[in-house]
Design a binder for this molecule. Structure first.
Ligand code: PBG
Length: 326
């Protein structure tokens, strides 16, 4: 056999060849954009650690959602940071609470845009944990699950197109599904943050969502970054409980987890390129140390190649515009 039999460079020699043999194609169809809502009117408060990202009042969030939809992004993920914070996460359960009002306002202005509502307690509790705190600082699973189901019901009633529990309590998908079904919301999908790791990359988000825990950390409920078999256990449990989509979070440092999850389930797999992943690229780009557009498209292509069907990213509208050549 003449050497070398294989010359992979033959199909890399021009843009036309590269375009034709490309295995992964990023499209705006796969993108979801997070929105942070705060009380008030006309509020656009920049998040210092996330250049280009703002805390928005509901009216501004509705306008921002219009721009996001116009860019070609099909869905947004809503986080609320209410002023009222207490042990019961009252604002998140309240039909007149910040999240419920913002959901209604955004949907009224953007009926075609899908609105995913993040369901958690951390933005509405005075201690900033994702569940109820018992004596001794223990996060109580089962009482938290009951409250999370109420929050999910509140958001679904307000008009959310899907509810996305991000708390990592055991059994919450089943509890949410049962309550939604009982209340006539059987058509509302559940997007489960199934494999959510206790990550250093959430730092900037906690400023945006005002959700940093007042004591301790989240390692008794979020996953240990060293584990992948446990991620499959989490994902398979959530699918069995009725999750319609499952999520791996963060994305970039967990590409092997995304691949294993994609191979293990039949439901769509979502990956969340989290705040720290965003801010790292932004910071390097602002210093002129990295080509922002090339770096962003490379990270998202890598996440998709690893097996993600959908990607939540703070770059979503920007990427949609880049892909459209505008
Ligand atoms: C809250 C929540 C967090 C994120 C999404 N939902 C933070 C946390 O768990 O501490 C992180 C998102 C990001 O960093 O972009 N449960």
């Amino acid at each position: 056999m003449p050497f070398p039999a294989e010359r992979p460079r033959r199909t890399r020699q021009s843009a036309a060849w590269r375009r034709m043999v490309r295995e992964t194609r990023l499209t705006p169809d796969a993108l979801v954009y997070p929105l942070f809502v705060v009380p008030g009117r006309g509020v656009r408060h920049p998040v210092a650690s996330m250049p280009g990202i703002f805390q928005l009042s509901a009216d501004e969030a509705a306008k921002e959602a219009k721009r996001v939809a116009a860019a070609g992004v099909p869905a947004v993920l809503l986080f609320a940071a209410p002023d009222r914070k207490d042990a019961h996460a009252s604002d998140a359960r309240d039909p007149k609470g910040l999240a419920a009002q913002a959901i209604a306002a955004i949907k009224a202005a953007n009926p075609e845009l899908l609105l995913w509502a993040d369901v958690c307690l951390c933005g509405a509790t005075d201690h900033g944990h994702c569940g109820h705190v018992r004596d001794g600082g223990v996060i109580d699973n089962d009482s938290s699950v009951a409250t999370l189901a109420e929050v999910a019901l509140n958001y679904a009633r307000a008009g959310a197109d899907a509810v996305a529990p991000s708390d990592m309590m055991d059994g919450r998908v089943q509890a949410i599904r049962a309550l939604l079904d009982r209340e006539g919301l059987a058509s509302t999908p559940i997007i489960s943050y199934a494999a959510k790791y206790a990550s250093a990359f959430y730092g900037p988000f906690r400023e945006a969502a005002e959700s940093a825990p007042a004591f301790g950390d989240r390692r008794s409920y979020q996953m240990d970054p060293a584990n992948v078999r446990e991620a499959l256990r989490e994902v398979l449990t959530d699918v069995a409980e009725g999750a319609d989509l499952v999520m791996v979070k963060p994305a970039g440092p967990y590409l092997d987890v995304i691949r294993e999850v994609r191979d293990a389930v039949r439901v769509p797999v979502v990956a969340y390129q989290v705040s720290g992943e965003f801010s790292l690229i932004k910071a390097a780009a602002e210093r002129g140390w990295i080509d922002e557009r090339a770096a962003v498209l490379e990270t998202l292509t890598g996440i998709q190649r690893a097996g993600a069907d959908l990607i939540i990213t703070y770059y979503a509208p920007q990427v949609a515009r880049w892909l459209a050549g505008t």
